[in-house]
Design a protein around this ligand. Structure first.
Ligand code: ADP
Ligand code: MG
Length: 304
């Protein structure tokens, strides 16, 4: 299909259409993404959750323009990434998306002060040194790190380094922030604090944020969570809007979890649905054949 025939939803900032990624390593073929569809609306705060090896980083790197799909299309802000010229791609990576990595060493230069770290990506633009420093201080204030501006990354805790990393990612005012396991290396309390920063930035700047994590509990902290398994989106959880932010702040128990979220399964273009291991187990389905019936307008899937 040529990209002219793909209709991108009007309110979508990111639109992934049937993404396939095949890695060839030695004689092995790994299909990291298997026809993945995803639409992200402008201003969303969402999480992508899935086991290790399910294709989360591959997807995020593709949205960030660091990898290209084997087949399929990605549109960001109405532009198809694979059609961008090299020069525009460089610009895209530097100023339309910001990356936060799990490993804070990847986000920060250890030999530069905190404020200089935040100023560095701005050298791509045409700002004066004074303006750059002012903007870096503004961003550090936003993430609550302005008091540490003159320290070196090594003098900060893991959580503080991550907050500086977020300020670095925001340096060129991207419209999308991509975070790959940003709380993977910190404790629960610090992880909550980092999520609070994301929520604040999302609310105050209206920036679209996608956070990749393997921590299912973090679903409580965002508007929408999509679950990726075997390179496809299987289910999605949407936070009910009737709940106040305070009611969902922090980690809740499993029961509260259910009241705060509605979980949906996702049908792909061929109307296929993926049943999670948990669902199969709860329904006692242990064979590869099931009985499907429609009863009173409901689809019942049960053990044959
Ligand atoms: P996740 O981030 O969910 O852990 P990844 O996107 O990193 O998953 O990887 C998905 C699959 O693709 C895994 O099986 C992984 O081993 C494989 N993979 C990822 N990157 C490469 C690569 N550069 N070369 C070969 N295989 C890769
Ligand atoms: Mg990963």
């Amino acid at each position: 299909m040529s990209s002219e025939e793909i209709i991108v939803p009007e309110d979508a900032i990111i639109f992934c259409d049937e993404l396939v990624k095949i890695y060839l390593s030695d004689e092995l073929k790994v299909m990291a993404l298997q026809g993945l569809d995803l639409t992200v609306k402008k201003g969303e705060l969402m999480a992508i959750i899935g086991k290790s090896g399910s294709g989360k980083s591959t997807l995020l790197n593709m949205i960030g323009g660091l990898e290209t799909p084997t087949t399929g299309h990605i549109f960001v802000n109405g532009k198809e990434l694979s059609l961008l010229k090299e020069k525009d791609m460089v610009k895209y990576r530097k100023s339309e998306v910001g990356f936060v990595w799990q490993n804070s060493a990847r986000n920060l230069f250890p030999y530069m002060k905190v404020v200089e770290n935040v100023m560095t990506p701005m050298y791509f633009g045409r700002m004066s040194q004074k303006k750059r420093r002012e903007r870096a201080m503004e961003l550090l204030t936003k993430v609550g790190m302005d008091k540490h501006a003159d320290k070196f990354p090594g003098q900060l805790s893991g959580g503080e380094q991550q907050r500086v990393g977020i300020a670095v990612a925001l340096a060129n005012s991207p419209s999308i922030l991509l975070a790959d396991e940003p709380t993977g290396a910190v404790d629960t309390k610090t992880s909550n604090m980092i999520f609070d920063v994301f929520r604040k930035l999302n609310r105050e700047l209206g920036i679209t944020i996608i956070i990749v994590t393997h921590d299912m509990r973090l679903a409580n902290m965002v508007d929408r969570t999509v679950m990726i398994s075997d390179g496809k989106i299987s289910t999605e959880k949407i936070r009910r809007e009737t709940l106040t932010d305070d009611a969902i702040a922090g980690f809740s128990t499993d029961r509260e979890d259910e009241t705060a979220h509605e979980e949906y399964s996702v049908l792909d273009k061929a109307h296929r649905i993926q049943l999670t291991d948990d669902v199969l187990e709860r329904a006692g389905i242990d064979t590869n054949r099931v009985r499907v019936e429609v009863v009173d307008g409901k689809v019942i899937i049960q053990k044959e």
